[in-house]
Design a protein around this ligand. Structure first.
Ligand code: C2E
Ligand code: CA
Ligand code: CA
Length: 575
């Protein structure tokens, strides 16, 4: 049996249609409504197979009724046929557009035509329903990230551009936040990709459940996530939100029996009259994220105009570094380090130089960029190879026992394979491990305590020395001295500068020196530039001295001259 709803304000028309339908002899039940409102309430109460509706009705015409039904989502399984006394192509198309399956002229309605139309409309309706469900599936696939179920980059950008187009109508600003995980590669490397994937899923779930006010939370790819917030009225709000996101990551994740810590860096940009297009906002948030990483990770930065210049400079230098590593454009210089009581040369610190660096030659500028871009990994290996071979040559040719200090970046300590690499180099060049001192800064000790301790213990187990560099600039933490196997502490230049002109600081330095010596830690004064500083260091018994007053960092040939004078012998071969 077919259940039909007939909506028409004219009784005579209804009678005509009813007559036509019944004369077909089909099993049909007809419900009548004399206006659109009545029709709608019928639809709400009963399921119909077909709705026949008049286009011209007072108060609410056929199309308006159709739209109202669609909005209420009440017509689930009904095919709709619109009827009218007169027609224009425009009205017909409008009806079909609004969701009717067919359009008939009342004058031409015959029983067979009406039945055919009903049959075809049902067919068309079923087809449309099928299409729409597969369309929804495709839409879902296209808009979502399959791993985490979050929205993907496509939908993120789509939504953002829609918001920006309507931004004038929105109260407050649109804020774009990009978040990159700080140590995801490391997690993937140490625990495997399956664990990495689970981390992303857990993280997405955790953050999502805390950020219902976010307009959108998406995974943009890899370990990068995006947020869109609207209605932001004050800059401080952005930081409050970003810090809440970051504090969400503070608790460790439990995955397959591992306890995993993970932090993120967030870059933010805000729309304004000057920057209101999607490309700019995403680019700016990206630049700010880069800044957050450079500033030490696990923090949020908001884009500021001068960042763009810094960013492009860093970007340029990164490209140049990549080339320079391929072409081996770097050279190592060596700065002598002296014993303070007898002024004996005891060794060198290796310092990298980039003579042809097109944008910068300053290691304080390019080393952080190399760290940021992970280029420090290949570069660091080259430095180790070059310098360990060099000290081996000198000690062998001169029959000396000089030590060599090599700077290690925080990132390098993460690298398990690097420890083995150092061991191989020591063996290959037959260097006494005690002559190799690895200099690390306190920032390298801050996160991931256990992993670092393991790595540093491995190094000292080979017999290498460990120096804490730049002491006095950062944390200067006693706990670090107690917890890590540190043999040497290098007082930063600022500490030495401060002490020479201020007696209180000199007392602090003296106290520190005594304390460290009691802990059997060797002290080194860095950046010694004047004779007064040399005298002060000697007076408070700092063990070793390094600085321009004694010698600048020098290329290999100049070091060899110095070594020859130092030996007061003539060297047979240095090769
Ligand atoms: P650092 O490890 O603290 O190195 C000491 C810096 O102080 C060197 O700067 C050195 O040339 C400079 N210096 C030494 N004596 C004096 C002095 O009396 N006065 C003044 N004003 N400066 C003095 P440089 O070579 O420019 O290196 C800067 C930083 O770049 C280093 O600081 C280190 O953090 C990094 N770096 C340099 N070479 C390497 C390397 O081979 N590997 C790594 N990872 N980092 C390096
Ligand atoms: Ca150093
Ligand atoms: Ca230093």
């Amino acid at each position: 049996m077919m259940n039909i709803l007939l909506v028409d304000d004219q009784e005579i028309d209804r009678e005509l249609i009813k007559h036509t339908l019944f004369s077909s002899g089909k099993n049909i039940e007809i419900t009548e409504a004399s206006n659109a409102h009545e029709g709608i309430s019928n639809v709400e109460n009963t399921q119909f197979d077909v709705i026949l509706m008049d286009y011209q009705m007072p108060k609410m015409n056929g199309i308006e009724m159709l739209v109202a039904l669609k909005q209420k989502q009440t017509i689930k399984n009904a095919a709709i046929i619109m009827m009218s006394h007169n027609t224009s192509e425009d009205i017909m198309l409008e009806c079909i557009d609004a969701g009717a399956q067919d359009f008939l002229l009342k004058e031409e309605v015959t029983s067979s035509q009406l039945l055919r139309s009903i049959r075809q409309s049902r067919k068309r309706f079923e087809l449309e329903a099928k299409l729409s469900s597969s369309y929804l599936q495709v839409k879902d696939l296209a808009e979502h990230d399959q791993l985490t179920g979050l929205y993907n980059r496509y939908h993120f950008e789509d939504t953002l551009s829609a918001l920006l187009v309507n931004s004038r109508a929105l109260k407050g600003h649109v804020v774009v936040m990009l978040m990159d995980l700080d140590n995801f590669k490391h997690i993937n490397d140490s625990f495997g990709h399956a664990v990495g994937d689970k981390l992303l899923i857990q993280l997405a779930h955790r953050v999502k459940s805390h950020f219902r006010e976010s307009k959108l939370f998406a995974r943009l790819g890899g370990d990068e996530f995006g947020f869109i917030f609207t209605g932001v009225k004050k800059i401080e709000q952005t930081f409050i939100i970003a810090n809440r996101i970051l504090s969400n990551l503070e608790l460790p994740f439990q995955i397959d029996g591992h306890t995993i810590y993970c932090s993120g860096s967030i870059g933010m940009s805000i729309n304004s009259a000057k920057s209101d297009n999607i490309e700019e906002l995403i680019k700016y948030a990206d630049i700010a994220m880069y800044q957050a990483k450079t500033l030490g990770r696990n923090q949020a930065c908001l884009f500021e105009n001068n960042m763009e210049l810094d960013f492009y400079r860093a970007y340029k230098i990164e490209g140049e570094l990549r080339e320079a590593i391929k072409k081996q454009d770097f050279v190592m210089h060596y700065q002598p380090i002296y014993q303070s009581n007898d002024h004996r040369l005891i060794g060198f610190e290796a310092l990298i130089r980039w003579p042809e660096g097109p944008t910068t030659q300053n290691p304080e500028e390019f080393i952080p960029i190399a760290e940021q871009s992970r280029l420090i990994e290949p570069l660091g290996r080259w430095i180790l190879e070059e310098t360990i071979e060099q000290i081996a040559k000198w000690n062998r040719a001169l029959d000396t026992n000089l030590s060599l200090a090599i700077n290690l970046s925080p990132l390098q300590i993460h690298d398990q394979n690097l420890m083995l690499f150092i061991k191989e180099l020591l063996e290959k060049h037959q260097v006494n491990p005690a002559n190799i001192i690895l200099e690390i800064t306190e920032t390298a000790l801050l996160s991931d305590h256990d992993t670092h301790l393991e790595a540093l213990k491995t190094l000292t187990s080979f017999g290498c020395g460990l120096a804490l560099d730049d002491f006095g600039t950062g944390y200067s933490s006693i706990a670090h001295l107690l917890n890590f196997p540190i043999d040497i502490v290098k007082f930063d230049k600022t500490l030495i500068d401060g002490a020479s002109c201020n007696s209180k600081s000199a007392f602090v330095l003296q106290g520190l020196t005594e304390m460290l010596q009691n802990m059997e830690i060797i002290t080194v004064a860095e950046g010694v530039e004047t004779v007064e500083q040399v005298e002060m260091c000697e007076k408070i018994k700092i063990d070793r001295l390094q600085g321009y007053y004694l010698s600048r960092p020098m290329p290999v040939a100049q070091c060899e001259q110095l070594l020859l004078i130092d030996k007061k012998t003539i060297l047979r071969v240095i090769n």
